[in-house]
Write a protein that binds this ligand. Structure first.
Ligand SMILES: [Zn+2]
Length: 204
């Protein structure tokens, strides 16, 4: 199976669905990453290198860059076409992407454009990113066995781990808190959560 994960910035994908991707790669699925911006708006750090390191750790088959300006994503034809081009190239079985309803304009623009770009995709799941709002998931994956590896994946984004936020939690702690919360909802110890745009399933 081919899994395409899309994120507005370096670290979005690892934060939202790193556990699913680790489990997917372990199961022999092919992982493709599409990151729309280089995340350079608020830091001098080389976030493209951080993202490449994470992709390598994940064993991703390919990492695509959108080349858009960080904080400059808007819901327009250009972004939709960029997403469509990678979807055509990869021909994924599953697409994972930022969720509509997000306090960051890049996440919001990407999510809305993805709804259009994925209009013929049979399995599209929105993930919970750092600034997602009003997220009501109904689809979960158990990441209890891979949470430490998810943290290691996120730690590749070293410039982001201690970035300022009002909770006092660093990036790795916050992802652990989310995993425990969604684990409680999913009736396992730790989980990642998703909201499907569309989810074609097989007979159970
Ligand atoms: Zn982001």
């Amino acid at each position: 199976m081919k899994i395409l994960a899309i994120g507005a910035h370096p670290d979005d994908i690892e934060y939202g669905c790193g556990g699913l991707l680790i489990r997917g790669a372990d199961a022999g699925h092919e992982i493709f990453l599409h990151v729309l911006t280089d995340g350079s708006a608020t830091t001098d750090a080389d976030r493209k290198t951080e993202q490449s390191t994470a992709a390598e750790m994940l064993g991703a088959k390919e990492l695509f860059w959108g080349g858009f300006k960080d904080t400059g994503l808007v819901q327009n034809r250009e972004l939709i076409v960029a997403l469509e081009n990678i979807i055509k190239k990869v021909n994924p079985d599953v697409v994972l992407v930022n969720a509509p309803g997000d306090a960051h304009q890049d996440h919001e623009a990407l999510a809305n454009c993805a709804v259009t770009a994925c209009r013929y995709q049979k399995r599209v799941l929105f993930y919970h990113d750092y600034t997602t709002l009003n997220f009501q998931p109904d689809t979960f994956i158990d990441i209890g066995d891979v949470l430490d590896r998810k943290r290691a994946l996120l730690a590749c984004h070293a410039s982001q781990v201690n970035k300022q936020n009002p909770t006092g939690l660093d990036l790795l702690e916050s992802v652990g808190a989310l995993a425990a919360y969604y684990g409680f909802m999913a009736k396992v110890r730790y989980a990642e959560a998703f909201r499907p745009l569309r989810n074609l399933i097989e007979p159970i």
